[in-house]
Design a binder for this molecule. Sequence first.
Ligand SMILES: [Zn+2]
Length: 560
Amino acid sequence: MSLALYRKYRPSTFSEVVGQEQVTEPLMNALTNDRIHHAYLFSGPRGCGKTSSARIMARSLNCEKGPTPNPCGECQSCKDLVANGPGSLDVIELDAATHGLVDDARDLRDKAFFAPVNSRYKIYIIDEAHQLGPGAANALLKVVEEPPPHVIFIFATTEPDKLIATIRSRTHHYPFRLVPPGVIGTLLEKICNAEGVKVAKGVIPLVVRASGGSVRDALSVLGQLLAGAGKEGVSYEIAIQLLGFTDGALLDDAIDALAARDGATLFTTVDRVIESGHDPRRFASDLLERLRDLMIVDALGETNPAAILREIPDDQLERMRAQAKHIGSAGLSRSADIAAEGLTQMRGATAPRLMLELICARMLLPIGDTTESGMLARIERLERYESISPTASAPAKTQDKKVAEVPQKAANVEAKSVEPEVKKDKPSNHSFDVAGLRRLWPDVIEDVKKKRRLTWSLLSASAQIIAVDDKLITIGIVNAGARDSFLRSNSDEILRQSFIDVVGVDRKIEAIIDPSVEGTPQSKSAPTKGESLDDPQAPSGLSLLASELGAEVIKVEEHE
Ligand SMILES: [Zn+2]
């Protein structure tokens, strides 16, 4: 594979651009009807096809048989401007990110008035246009205000608000979006077929998830997987391992584990953060940011938070709603406090890993309800948890030599003294780790929705994966009513089938009342005074952790 996938499969016509119909259709109509404007603005998140589309626009405008939405592909201009082609003298690409473009912009202003060399239009594609410095922008403005009839500008930017208003107001604005998971999934499947590489079930959804809605990222991740594929193709185990180390996956795994109060997986995730060379401080700061996002999602309830949390794909929002619900308003607020405080302590700390582990340990501690009944509820919860929790938290082991370089140490996490909630796993030989399975939970839920609406409504936003082993996948459902309906309606069979179809794993489904949800409504209500927020006078770090753990142990003993 000499050419990166995203270059190899770069589109050459608008009809080949995936997931941006809101932009490509009106552009194609404009080309068909010969309504050509002299300046365009393509805005949107990175990796969504803005620059590719700008080149396609240039190709469509300059085709000898054009302007046309279907460039002929035969003429010199079409050949020059085909994806990965040599390019054309009349299509000039400038990157404003490089040096503000002052000199280039002056040069452009002078040269723009010369006719194109051998095409209909002279087209300037200005990438990262928001980074045009004031000098360059002013030099350009003159031409954009009164362009010669043969000049067309296409500005591309991730931040249209930062493009100077006098230029922006003269453009036709086309907003690009993150691409929905289904669309990226279909594209990836097509490419795997074209490349003749088999991929196991569950792999494509993992890649889609890692891409965060960016086609470029999706193809880059897929390229890495295909490059490492053996004769038998790309296995789920290889994908889980390779993709388990991206920033997004680590963060998702940590939050999922926190929501499930799954200490084993949370600490395994910390281990993977360190093993894969991520900076613990950076991770703690990402964690805090994600908790902030979850608090916003939680506060807005059913209101669509897209306006505030831009650049988060819809399916990720769905998942964040579920996570927020499981952690609860009080838990989120408390966890954010712990993360913020920990982050401050990490500055200059000599053992940032230890600090990160302390942050996680403190987040896992139950909310500090000191009443007798509250304590009992928590102890019961711990016991319930222990009875089901020997989870498969270690990543799947694989014999494949190809992944030998992938950090494997996560598979043998040492017993840690700071795990208040969960028994250590015995040397386990599970093929599916719970973190990887949780990552695919939203895809499984989507599949359930297609199979039976009722089952979906019982699971969506109120269920999570508690544990997985050789025989069982244990699902925690937030309330008894929903759990009973789930069982009565034989929804376990539907869910089992969806796990088979999406992940390729066949396990019996066990549905329990989610042990991570407090028995009282406190986890869903706003924090009451002195309950969720840590006492500012309280000692921090190790001493606090030790005292809290100590209290927990004493109470458990008393209860017994
Ligand atoms: Zn042509």
